[in-house]
Design a protein around this ligand. Structure first.
Ligand code: MLT
Ligand code: MN
Ligand code: ZN
Length: 306
C-alpha cells in the first residue's frame, strides 16, 4: 500500500492565518526548527495509480498539485477514486466543495456525516449540478467493505469504520447532540498483502474498541492535535481544553503516548497537529520524548510503502 501525507496540520493549518503564537510567528520568520503544514489529508493507493483520499481539506487543490500521481492523465480525469470522511469537521470536508468542476466524486462517510454535510447546506448544490455528480457510499460501523473504483471494480483495498468518541462538528453543535457515527477511525486493508493502515486523527477518548482496531495494524496514524490539555489556555489563545474539543492530548499521564505505549504497532505517526503543539518543533524536548517512544510526527509530503 502506498501512503502519501498531503496535509498534516489540524484545522487552521500551520501557520494559521490569525495566529501569532510563538510557533506560528517562528515558522513565518523561519526562526524555529519547524516546517509549515497544510490541513490533514492522506492519500492511499494499492497500485499507485488509483487513489483514495482520507479527508478533503480546505487546501485540497494545492495538495493535489503537490503530488504528481494525483494529476489528471487526460483532458478530463482524476486518479482520485473517492474521498473518505472521518468526521464532518470543516477541516475534513470543506475541500469537497472545491472538487466541483463538473466531475463525478465518490464519498465514503457514515450516515450522520453525510447528512451533516448535505442537509440544509445551500452550498452543497454546487455538487448537484448534474444527476449522479456525487455518489455517497455508506460506512457501517464495524463492518469491513470493499473500496470500489467507479465501475465497481475492486480497488484492492477494504475499509472498516470504527466509532471513536468525538463530537458533532462545530457548525452543528447547537443544532443537535453528538452521535456515535459523528467521528470514526478507519482500518484500511490491502487484500493482496494483508497490510493494514489504521487511521484515527480525531480521538476524544481511548477506548478498548479503538485499541482493538489499532492493534495488529502495520501502521497507525493518531490524533496529535495537542501536546497538553491546556495548551490553548496556557498560550492565551482560547478557553477550551483539549477534552472540550474531543482530542486526547499526546503528553501527560493520561495522554496517548502513555496510553498506547504497549500497543503492538510497528509504525506510529501523529497527525492533525495544532499549530500550538510543541511537537512541531523538531528540536523540542516533547518531540524527543515522542520519538524515543517510537513515534513519528507527520509532515506534508511524507510518503512510504506499507
Ligand atoms: C477539530 O479538530 O476539533 C475541529 O477541526 C475544530 C474546528 O472545526 O474548528
Ligand atoms: Mn480538526
Ligand atoms: Zn499559532
Amino acid at each position: 500500500m502506498r501512503v502519501r501525507i498531503l496535509g498534516s496540520a489540524a484545522g487552521g493549518g500551520f501557520p494559521q492565518w490569525n495566529c501569532g503564537c510563538p510557533n506560528c510567528r517562528g515558522v513565518r520568520s523561519r526562526s524555529i526548527n519547524a516546517t509549515p503544514r497544510t490541513q490533514e489529508s492522506v492519500a492511499v493507493s494499492s497500485d499507485g495509480s488509483e487513489w483514495f483520499l482520507l479527508n478533503a481539506s480546505p487546501e485540497v487543490r494545492q495538495q493535489i498539485e503537490s503530488f504528481a500521481p494525483l494529476h489528471p492523465r487526460s483532458s478530463r480525469h482524476s486518479p482520485i477514486r473517492a474521498v473518505i470522511l472521518t468526521n464532518g469537521d470543516l477541516d475534513h470536508c470543506l475541500g469537497l466543495l472545491s472538487l466541483r468542476e463538473s466531475h463525478r466524486v465518490t464519498v465514503y462517510a457514515t450516515e450522520s456525516v453525510r447528512r451533516g454535510f448535505t442537509e440544509g447546506n445551500a452550498l452543497y448544490r454546487t455538487l448537484e449540478r448534474f444527476e449522479g455528480q456525487v455518489t455517497w457510499q455508506s460506512l457501517p460501523l464495524g463492518v469491513e467493505r470493499l473500496l470500489e473504483l467507479d465501475d465497481a471494480r475492486a480497488s484492492g483495498l477494504t475499509i472498516e469504520a470504527i466509532a471513536v468518541p468525538g463530537k458533532a462538528p462545530v457548525h452543528l453543535e447547537r443544532l443537535r447532540s453528538t452521535l456515535p457515527e459523528d467521528n470514526i477511525a478507519v482500518r484500511i486493508r490491502e487484500t493482496a498483502t494483508g497490510r493494514i493502515l489504521a487511521y484515527a486523527s480525531a480521538v476524544g477518548e481511548i477506548t478498548p474498541t479503538l485499541c482493538a482496531a489499532l492493534a495488529g495494524s502495520d501502521c497507525m496514524f493518531f490524533d496529535g492535535t495537542f501536546w497538553s490539555d491546556d495548551e490553548l489556555i496556557a498560550g492565551g489563545l482560547g478557553t477550551k481544553r483539549a477534552e472540550d474539543m474531543a482530542h486526547v492530548p499526546v503528553g501527560g499521564v493520561e495522554g496517548s503516548l502513555e496510553a498506547l505505549r504497549r500497543l503492538a504497532v510497528p509504525r506510529r505517526i501523529y497527525i492533525h497537529l495544532n499549530n500550538t503543539n510543541p511537537l512541531l518543533r523538531e528540536d523540542s524536548p516533547e518531540r524527543a520524548k515522542a520519538e524515543a517512544a517510537g513515534w513519528e510526527v507527520a509532515r506534508d509530503g511524507m510518503e512510504f510503502d506499507l
